[in-house]
Design a binder for this molecule. Sequence first.
Ligand SMILES: NC(=O)c1ccc[n+]([C@@H]2O[C@H](COP(=O)([O-])OP(=O)(O)OC[C@H]3O[C@@H](n4cnc5c(N)ncnc54)[C@H](OP(=O)(O)O)[C@@H]3O)[C@@H](O)[C@H]2O)c1
Length: 202
Amino acid sequence: MQDRSRHLAFSVDLCEYDHVEAILKEVVTKLGKIDGLVHSAGISATLPFKMVNNEKLAHFFQTNVFAAMHLTRLAIKPAYLSEKGGSVVFISSVMGIVGEIGKTLYGMTKGALISGSRALALEYAPRKIRFNCISPGVVETPMSQQSPYHKDAAALKRIVSLHPLGIGESTDVAHAVTYLLSDASKWVTGSNLIIDGGYYAR
Ligand SMILES: NC(=O)c1ccc[n+]([C@@H]2O[C@H](COP(=O)([O-])OP(=O)(O)OC[C@H]3O[C@@H](n4cnc5c(N)ncnc54)[C@H](OP(=O)(O)O)[C@@H]3O)[C@@H](O)[C@H]2O)c1
């Protein structure tokens, strides 16, 4: 049975950078130093490029990239991260490695997580901090349910057909997260684990 005393929940806007460190301090004080971090928060949009203005670019990069890097920079401070090292996992997307019409904005931010985590993997290997990405295909969540293809039967059929094993469930991604946080992946860093029901194999 899970030990509920080992769980804490906080609600924070990760783009409000000044509020993040106080939470890390509280976590470490109450539970001890961190040995794993998963950054999953993100926003998505499907927009023609002519509508991708600088304000949207800034908003998407702030949410999907800057906030992830800010949280990571804080969490890996020696004051918060275990002396034994740790594992950092960013939830990217197959849109970070393939193109799709209308996904310029979202795909650029997800690609940044993949390239950033590779460089971080090298820089922090001496401290035994591993950095990896997971790149899911379409997973049934509130994000995908709000996508334009969900409101159009033909578009949804096309999206499903692009995934030979069908649309994913959040547990499909969660199992990959568990692996990357665990010692089963202790020799894995700088990788991008594609969990997509075969989307990328096409
Ligand atoms: N679903 C898919 O098909 C799919 C595919 C590939 C990759 N992904 C990635 O998987 C991750 C999880 O997505 P999901 O499908 O679970 O989407 P979701 O249901 O929309 O969840 C996204 C979460 O991110 C949080 N969030 C957004 N901006 C935030 C901020 N500034 N500060 C703190 N939290 C913030 C949201 O909180 P609020 O609800 O409070 O705003 C929400 O809980 C995302 O990074 C997404 O890009 C999803």
